[in-house]
Structures are given as structure tokens and as C-alpha cells.
Write a protein that binds this ligand. Structure first.
Ligand code: PLP
Ligand code: COI
Length: 357
């Protein structure tokens, strides 16, 4: 398929890009271009193009603004020592984008178009990939209903876009163990709901809990399933693992209420390769608290594209604090191995890398 190129008329000068890449932060600056594909009920996917990044013109009646008809993905492009730019398991993001679309009654973008849209964007904006420790170009594909119509039914027109943003640590500054607020007031998802879809509403619904977390001096929220003895679900934007002292990793099973994280899946594989036992099952918060107290659960970590692998130092549950006693050696070595593969410094023995530029 061909993406038409309509280049930016005045791309950002090199010295300005260099200045931005010095301190990338997370999600604050965007590259010069965007990849776009339209979808119409009477003709499907069309008008594949790469054009200048810029503000959109949307009807105030666009369905996305009223009924949140939208899904998104997140993946990262890393600069390798040989000058190439690679991303990680983009086919998996493409397939999850299709599953999210199916759940939200949105059109499903072909996997090849998803992957090609990333390649086409990077062909223009390769200079925007930072190369500092743990830094990358965060790629954000998304799809939304731009049809101006107030009736409640799947829209007839959609816009698929990819934007890209230079990224450092999502938690700001250097890597450090994060502090997590346990939400007892709000749940993220329920059986039969949209928890496993990467759709805007899940994040909108998490923000009031995230606000509480910030008020309590925490970085992120841990959501529970109160119907199953306060089973651990996931963080607002990351999956969770516990490390037990008998070379076991424990993580909540996929039941439809949590996101099927690609980092989660990759960590399971890397840990299996090391001979770890993996338990994917229901974890009550009480088990976490007891294991942290008696020293059997030594470490905990969050994982996701944005977070990579980030140690969880403490959980704040109302007046109670759960503190992890371990040294995060398992967490950090899994992080190093994963980042090593992503940045081309460790052998890609599972064939996870995909060259974009
Ligand atoms: N859970 C949620 C709610 C997320 O938003 C993310 C981020 O994408 C993840 C988990 C981790 O998924 P992945 O590892 O595919 O980035
Ligand atoms: C990601 O890790 O890609 C996420 O989507 C997390 C968050 C920024 C929404």
C-alpha cells in the first residue's frame, strides 16, 4: 500500500530537536509529522498519508467527543548503535488494536497497515529518536470517530493517526522505586466491561483515583477487584508482578478486566527462559501484604511500554503501608535484559525487534 507524503513545509531545525532530546520528559513534545488513514463505511480504509503534525479540525458533533468512540496503542522506537531504529513486537500492538476495535465496535485496521504507518512516520522523523539511557521515541497510534452525529450507534467515519513523542522516564527524573495508592473507592473494570480494551474511557474513569494518589504523595493507583477478595488487578497504565523468594513470579491472570500487556507477556517469557516459575492467578491484596511482611514476597514491579519495568517500593492502603523488603535485583535484571533487547545490546533470541528505519 502507498502512503502519500505531504512533507512539513518548515520542519524543526536540527539544533532545536537536539535541545528537545536533551530532556525528553514524557508526552510533551511531538515530531514534525503524523501518519493518517481515514475510514469510511462506504469504502473502508483510504487516503493513507504522512503529513505535517498539526491541530485537527473537528466538528463539535464528532462522536468521539460525546461517546468516547476511540482506542489507542503505545509502543516505543529505540535508536541502536548501528544507527538503525527498531521497535518491539509491533505485530502484537496491531493485534491488540484490532481486539480493542472489536470490543468498541470500531473498524479493524489491518496489521500490515498498522506496522507500515510506523515505518512511514519514522522514515520522516528518524532524527527525533533520543539515544540516552532508557530513552526512546514513544509512538501513539489511535483511532477515533470523527462523524458528526449525535445518535448512539457505531460511527460511519473514523480517523486513524500516529503521533510520536520523544520520551524519558514516565515517572520523571531518574528511575526510582515508585509508591502506589491502593484505590478502595473506585474500580477500573468489571466482568463484561471494557477493561481489556485500550480505550480512552478506561483512563478517564481512572483519573479521580489518580488524583487521590497524587494527594497522598503516590505515583500511580492500584485497582482491585472487590468482588474477589480484593484481588489485585493492575495500575492505571501498567501491569503488576510480585517476586517470591523461591524464584517465582506471580501476576494477575487475564480474565478480560485487565489489559493484556505486551511487556507483561515478554517478562513472562524472559523469566521462563531463566527457569523461573510463573503463576498467573488471582492474587488477594492480603497475600501481598502478608508476603511483604514475612519476607516471602521480596519484590514487586510495574511493567508497560511507558514504564518498561519499574520497581514498586511501597503500597499505601488507607492508613496501612506495605513496604517491599527486597533489593529489587530480580526486577532490575529483568528490566536490563528487556531494555537490552529493545536497544539492540542483548541478543534478540525471540525475534521481537522490528526495524522501522
Ligand atoms: N495496563 C494498562 C492499563 C496500560 O495502559 C498499559 C500500557 O500500555 C499496560 C497495562 C501495559 O501494556 P504494554 O506492556 O502492552 O504497554
Ligand atoms: C503505555 O505504556 O504505552 C501506556 O499506554 C501507559 C499510559 C501512558 C497510558
Amino acid at each position: 500500500m502507498t502512503f502519500e507524503l505531504v512533507p512539513h513545509p518548515s520542519p524543526t531545525p536540527e539544533d532545536q530537536i537536539a535541545e528537545i532530546l536533551k530532556e525528553p520528559g514524557f508526552g510533551t513534545t511531538y515530531t514534525d509529522h503524523t501518519a493518517v488513514v481515514d475510514w469510511r463505511a462506504d469504502g473502508g480504509w483510504q487516503n493513507h498519508r504522512v503529513e505535517a503534525y498539526g491541530d485537527l479540525q473537528l466538528s463539535p458533533a464528532s462522536a468521539v467527543l460525546h461517546y468516547a468512540e476511540t482506542i489507542f496503542e503505545g509502543l516505543k522506537a529505540y535508536k541502536h548503535d548501528d544507527g538503525s531504529v527498531c521497535t518491539f513486537r509491533p505485530d502484537q500492538n496491531a493485534l491488540r488494536f484490532q481486539r480493542s476495535a472489536a470490543r468498541m465496535a470500531l473498524p479493524q485496521l489491518p496489521v500490515e497497515t498498522f506496522v507500515e504507518s510506523l515505518e512511514q512516520l519514522l522514515a520522516q522523523d528518524k532524527a527525533w529518536v533520543p539515544d540516552g539511557e532508557g530513552e526512546s521515541l514513544y509512538l501513539r497510534p489511535f483511532l477515533f470517530a470523527d462523524e458528526p452525529f449525535l445518535g448512539v450507534r457505531p460511527a460511519q467515519t473514523f480517523s486513524y493517526r500516529v503521533i510520536a513523542s520523544p520520551a524519558g522516564n514516565i515517572f520523571g527524573g531518574k528511575l526510582r522505586p515508585v509508591k502506589i495508592w491502593v484505590s478502595r473507592d473506585y474500580v477500573r473494570a468489571a466482568p463484561g466491561g471494557t477493561g481489556s480494551a485500550k480505550t480512552g474511557g478506561n483512563y478517564a474513569g481512572s483519573l479521580v483515583a489518580q488524583q487521590q494518589a497524587i494527594e497522598k504523595g503516590c505515583d500511580q493507583v492500584l485497582f482491585l477487584d472487590p468482588l474477589h477478595e480484593n484481588a489485585v488487578e493492575e495500575l492505571g497504565g501498567m501491569n503488576v508482578f510480585l517476586v517470591r523468594d523461591d524464584n517465582t513470579l506471580i501476576t494477575p491472570e487475564l480474565t478480560g478486566t485487565i489489559l493484556e500487556g505486551i511487556t507483561r507477556d515478554s517478562i513472562i517469557q524472559l523469566a521462563k527462559d531463566r527457569g523461573f516459575t510463573i503463576e498467573e492467578r488471582r492474587i488477594g491484596l492480603a497475600e501481598w501484604a502478608e508476603g511483604a511482611a514475612d519476607g516471602t514476597i521480596t519484590e514487586a514491579f510495574a511493567c508497560g511500554t511507558a514504564a518498561v519495568v519499574t520497581p514498586i517500593g511501597q503500597l499505601l492502603d488507607g492508613e496501612d503501608t506495605i513496604t517491599m523488603q527486597g533489593d529489587f535485583s530480580v526486577t532490575m535484571s529483568l528490566r536490563e535484559e528487556l531494555l537490552g533487547i529493545q536497544t539492540g545490546k542483548v541478543e534478540d533470541r525471540h525475534g521481537w525487534l522490528h526495524r522501522l528505519a
